[in-house]
Design a protein around this ligand. Structure first.
Ligand code: FAD
Length: 281
């Protein structure tokens, strides 16, 4: 039987933080054995393809871990995408996670790439050898009318050239299994990694849930009620909860786990400590 994949996600340090803080995060992830680390992409006015490319390059060279660079399309044109793809190729990324990106207030989309599928088709043509990843949403994307509708659009992304999917966070595995059944029934046959974001603070859970329409199950709301004002206890409970989620997913044969580290290596390390034996060398 195949061992599931395990991947991590980091983000470039915020504008006002020194770029070197990423080294603390990466050093702290030492000992984890991910199949790859993905590096997010600042969107709209925060777009800085050089930061994503530089960090990906560092991870590959200094930590010998394969990388995936995220790339958003909504506020880009062909020239900017070409530029980013060249930088990512120089950084020897092993793939690109092609995204539309969120609509931002007061910023007019460039009108070149309306959906992630447009970017995927473009990358397929420009860099036929580059592996293309795409995002998926176990509870449906917040703008979509229904989960079925969103899965139909997901199929378009796969048909356009995405060969690996990474899911948005979710807190109830039943939602992921329902999504998986529907995706497979729709003919989506590429690997799908389950995105796990540990609960570390009530504020971040509530804001992520509101932004993405993520359902907060009773088990999580009970944790927030009891330890919402007690960060160390909430973090400990969040680590246990994430480890249980991962254990259940692996027991049910998911193809991979994508851990959103939020650049908090301590939390990621604790979770890994609890689940590492589920992933073979
Ligand atoms: P799309 O696939 O284009 O979908 C967006 C909406 O349009 C959905 O409702 C979909 O159903 C609908 N749709 C898609 N195709 C069509 C079509 N042909 N016709 C009509 N409707 C359609 N954001 C960042 O800014 N930077 C990042 O690094 C980043 N990384 C992420 C990583 C992961 C794993 C995930 C899950 C999300 C990430 N995001 C990131 C957030 C992402 O940009 C947003 O969720 C965004 O709103 C949607 O991007 P998408 O690529 O899924 O869009």
């Amino acid at each position: 039987m195949h061992s599931p994949m395990f991947s991590l996600e980091v983000f470039p340090p915020k504008r006002d933080a020194p770029i070197g803080t990423i080294y603390d995060a990466l050093d702290g992830l030492e000992g984890l054995r991910p199949d790859f680390i993905s590096v997010t992409y600042g969107h709209g006015t925060h777009a800085d393809r050089t930061a994503t490319a530089r960090i990906a390059n560092t991870i590959r060279k200094d930590y010998q871990i394969p990388t995936v660079a995220h790339l958003t399309a909504l506020y880009s044109d062909e020239a900017k995408i070409d530029d980013a793809l060249d930088l990512f190729t120089q950084a020897k990324v092993s793939g690109v996670l092609a995204l539309r990106g969120d609509h931002l207030d007061g910023l007019e989309p460039s009108g070149v790439f309306a959906h992630a599928s447009d970017l995927i088709a473009y990358i397929r043509e420009r860099k036929p050898d580059l592996k293309i990843y795409a995002a998926c949403y176990p509870e449906g994307h917040i703008e979509s009318e229904s989960l079925d509708d969103d899965i139909a659009h997901l199929k378009t992304k796969v048909d356009a050239g995405a060969s690996h999917l990474i899911s948005q966070l979710f807190y109830d595995n039943a939602d992921f299994y329902r999504f998986l059944d529907k995706a497979r029934a729709a003919g989506i046959d590429v690997p799908i990694e389950a995105g796990i974001m540990p609960v570390t603070s009530a504020k971040s859970v509530l804001s992520m849930a509101a932004k993405n329409n993520t359902r907060i199950p009773k088990a999580v709301s009970a944790m927030l009620d009891k330890w919402g004002d007690d960060l160390p206890s909430l973090r400990a409970a969040g680590i246990n909860f994430a480890a249980q989620q991962i254990t259940n997913l692996v027991a049910n044969d998911v193809e991979g786990i994508h851990l959103y580290t939020m650049n908090r290596p301590g939390t990621a390390r604790h979770i890994w400590h609890n689940v590492s034996t589920l992933f073979s060398e």
